[in-house]
Ligand binder design. Structure first.
Ligand code: ZN
Length: 306
């Protein structure tokens, strides 16, 4: 008899069904319980789907087995008929049975809200960095933003505009499922550069001011060297040897576009100081960008120019 069958019969009364289930899973993995895991847990196909695919709690499965499965959707309130279903965890932590379509839209909504929250925090982080560098980052007005695709900030020094800055959050789960490449990191970074260039170009088409892209990274496994690889096409070994293995990215869609950004700022999540990558393709603009950040072009050239 599987665990849920035993619970249904009233065994293990007073014990936590989820803790019991964890114990069975552990024992089964250790090889101490014969048969399949579903048999050990006593799950039907639907119960296995609710538990395995959607993380439904064992206590909930027991409730549903005793009282019958909910016949209406916990999101839209309409009946659940033959259509596919899911189990959704609400903000208060409770779990409800829903239409799969409702689960998808709620999951998307939650994801979008989290992306918006992180993006706002990232913009604040970059604005603060500019303030500490003696600059002022001013957001474009709502009207300007509605009128076209503007970047996030105009950058002022001593009251006059010296450049523009677009902030892009690098959140791996935001768009990894939309890419099919071997390493989605590079495609995501390249995609952000592409979008940022079009936003910066819309206000700085002749490059009369500096165009700056700030990327705020939320993935531990990614760092500014990946951005450098995307820009240069080179993998750099521990012995500082350069292998041009990423030229399909660096010479792809961003081949010409990447030179339209004077300065790349790479912030790792939780850090207030960025890595800076200076575009030194144009001597004059390179010097202006160095001057803006208060760094010596000679020192920068060997480490952070590309
Ligand atoms: Zn629904």
């Amino acid at each position: 008899m599987g665990l849920l069958d035993a619970l249904e019969k009233g065994l293990y009364r007073g014990e936590d069904p989820d803790a019991l289930a964890e114990g069975v899973v552990r024992q089964w993995h250790a090889g101490n319980i014969p048969g399949t895991l579903d048999e050990a847990l006593g799950l039907t196909l639907d119960e296995d789907k609710a538990w395995g695919s959607f993380g439904a709690r064992f206590r909930l499965l027991l409730e549903w087995r005793l009282r019958g499965w909910p016949s209406t959707c916990g999101v839209c309130g309409k009946p659940i008929g033959e259509e596919d279903w899911a189990v959704f965890r609400k903000d208060d932590g409770s779990q409800v049975r829903t239409h799969l379509s409702c689960w998808l839209s709620e999951t998307d909504r939650r994801k979008a809200a989290e992306v918006a929250r992180l993006s706002n925090a990232d913009e604040d982080l970059v604005a603060k960095f500019f303030r500490q560098a003696g600059l002022v980052a001013v957001r474009f007005s709502k009207e300007q933003m509605r009128a076209g695709s503007t970047p996030d900030f105009s950058v002022l020094r001593n009251g006059s505009s010296v450049g523009f800055c677009e902030v892009k959050s690098f959140i791996p789960w935001e768009d990894f499922d939309t890419f099919e490449a071997d390493d989605p990191t590079f495609d995501s970074l390249s995609d952000r550069i592409h979008k940022a260039v079009s936003q910066l170009d819309s206000v700085n088409p002749d490059l009369t001011q500096l165009s700056i892209l700030a990327i705020v990274n939320h993935e531990d496994a990614v760092n500014w060297l990946d951005l450098r690889s995307v820009l240069t096409g080179d993998f750099i070994s521990e012995r500082a040897e350069r292998y041009p293995i990423y030229v399909d990215v660096s010479q792809g869609r961003i081949r010409a576009e990447k030179w339209r950004i004077d300065l790349y700022l790479w912030f790792d999540q939780g850090k207030s100081r960025p890595f800076m990558l200076f575009n030194n393709s144009d001597e004059l603009r390179f010097r202006r960008a160095c001057d803006l950040m208060g760094v010596n072009p000679v020192e920068v050239r060997s480490v952070a120019a590309f």
